[in-house]
Design a protein around this ligand. Structure first.
Ligand SMILES: [Ca+2]
Ligand SMILES: [Ca+2]
Ligand SMILES: [Ca+2]
Ligand SMILES: [Ca+2]
Length: 464
């Protein structure tokens, strides 16, 4: 319930979604505390608008245990209130051994410099006796400026609150007459909370893109980058602390221009297998993938999820090796796979990483051969003896992975849909700035895949 009103008014919803930090979410305490003196403090703990022109207020009175002439034992505790407006006064001892004889409803309080009520003849709190108690009362009409006196010895020890202080605590706690709906009570209003009645989940952060692979590594192959093309949409589900609870993705094959039957998976380079609670939604039909009980791949040092072990698993078409890469034929449809990865405890976004994480294909059922994006590390299961052979110049000692001598890759990732190449047509014939982009490590023509003037030869690009 807490924090909602301030949250919204001070930040604004759009900014809020983009800039959430743990400190904003967690730090706020709606209480207002003031010092009476002599070791006593008074805190406005709650103010509830009963929606019938009355308010129920709870004050918390605490003594810190200090001792001696400046820390006398409490003799009474009084609260200022306009005569005729207060009722239902009660006291509850929270900690320590405070006692009192009676509640004096005033309004004349004798030596106190204001009218109101008091908890009278108190003992056992102050002068070395730490403790705390609450005073609960009802006010009718409006909220008021109210002083409190923790009378000890000759000292009035007054703390003064304004009506605005009471109003602040009420709104901060969302206990006014028009509370903002928050089904799961996590402080994030239903209108902002993507999972309004689930206190463990709050926000979705979604990324989309396409991955395209060349499958003859370590040989350069025909460079058409349509051997496996996978479109993805990945959502990081975070909680109010901005920690990642789940990773939920859909994967859809948009082209298979290969005779090889390739698999596809992702590694989370900074997540251990046992940090994953469960994985659902994969399609494993060929028997060469072994899983741990949580659904991650077995014998891996990092968390690896195999999405499918064969492109054929989700394809619907007439047959033959090619799917959506030959002009005027060999088309069909594919099913999406929905992968839901749930972590054992929520992880920081930097540990989980950003989609598509470290994706790769497994060539033709051979678990020892993976093909990754440039400079991304292989999983534990590859046979490293292929590194540096044929056209590949991978050198783990320098962090150079899955690139040719000239820096050309075997896998590409773009943040949108890829219009892939016609079968056996090198990608640089369709995308005229591809080579410059790849050889510059992505600094030249980072938008090479867009349909801009001079960027494409559309006759080389497959169309449905
Ligand atoms: Ca909520
Ligand atoms: Ca929620
Ligand atoms: Ca190819
Ligand atoms: Ca191909």
């Amino acid at each position: 319930m807490k924090n909602i009103v301030n949250f919204i008014s001070s930040i604004g919803l759009m900014t809020l979604i983009l800039t959430l930090t743990p400190s904003i979410i967690n730090a706020q305490n709606c209480d207002i505390t003031k010092t009476n003196g002599g070791g006593f403090t008074t805190t406005i703990q709650s103010v509830v608008d009963n929606c019938n022109s009355t308010y129920t207020i709870v004050l918390l009175v605490e003594h810190n245990g200090c001792q001696g002439p400046t820390c006398d034992e409490l003799s009474h505790y009084s609260v200022q209130a306009t005569p005729g407006t207060y009722s239902n006064v009660s006291v509850a001892v929270i900690t320590g051994g405070m006692t009192y004889s009676n509640i004096d409803l005033g309004p004349n309080l004798g030596s106190d410099p204001f009218s109101g009520f008091k908890v009278d003849n108190t003992y056992g709190i102050g002068d070395g006796m730490a403790g705390s108690f609450t005073v609960t009362y009802t006010l009718s009409g409006n909220l008021q400026n109210q002083q409190t006196s923790a009378k000890a010895g000759q000292n009035a020890q007054i703390a003064s609150f304004t009506s605005a202080d009471f109003d602040y605590v009420m709104n901060c706690n969302n206990t006014n007459c028009n509370p903002i709906a928050d089904c799961d009570g996590d402080g994030i209003p239903d209108g902002v909370d993507e999972y309004p009645c689930d206190p463990t989940r709050t926000y979705n952060i979604t990324t989309v893109g396409t991955l395209a692979f060349e499958d003859l590594w370590p040989s350069k192959g025909d460079f058409d980058f349509n051997d496996v093309v996978v479109k993805y949409r990945t959502t990081l589900v975070t909680n109010t602390q901005n920690m990642v609870v789940d990773v939920r993705s859909s994967y859809k094959i948009t082209a298979v221009g290969a005779s090889y039957r390739n698999g596809f998976g992702i590694q989370f380079d900074n997540v251990l297998p046992n940090q994953v609670a469960s994985v659902t939604g994969y399609s494993l039909q060929k028997g060469y993938i072994t899983l741990n009980s949580n659904g991650t791949e077995a014998s891996q040092s990092k968390a690896v999820v195999i999405v499918f072990d064969d492109t054929e698993n989700t394809l619907h078409r007439a047959g033959g090796p090619f799917f959506n890469t030959v002009q005027n034929g060999l088309v069909g449809t594919t099913d999406s796979l929905y992968i839901d990865i749930h972590f054992t405890t929520p992880l920081t976004p930097s540990v989980v990483g950003t989609a598509p994480f470290n994706p790769f294909i497994i060539r033709n059922g051979d678990r020892e051969i993976e093909i990754h994006l440039p400079d991304r590390v292989p999983t534990s299961l590859v046979n490293t003896s292929y590194f540096g052979t044929s056209n590949d110049k991978t050198n783990p000692s320098t962090g150079y992975y899955y690139k040719t001598q000239n820096g050309l890759p075997w896998a590409i990732h773009i943040p949108t849909v890829l219009d892939h190449m016609i079968e056996k047509t090198p990608i640089n014939l369709g995308y005229l700035h591809f080579i410059e982009w790849a050889q510059s490590n992505g600094t030249s023509y980072p938008d090479w895949y867009l349909n801009l003037s001079g960027y494409r030869d559309a006759s080389k690009i497959w169309t449905p």
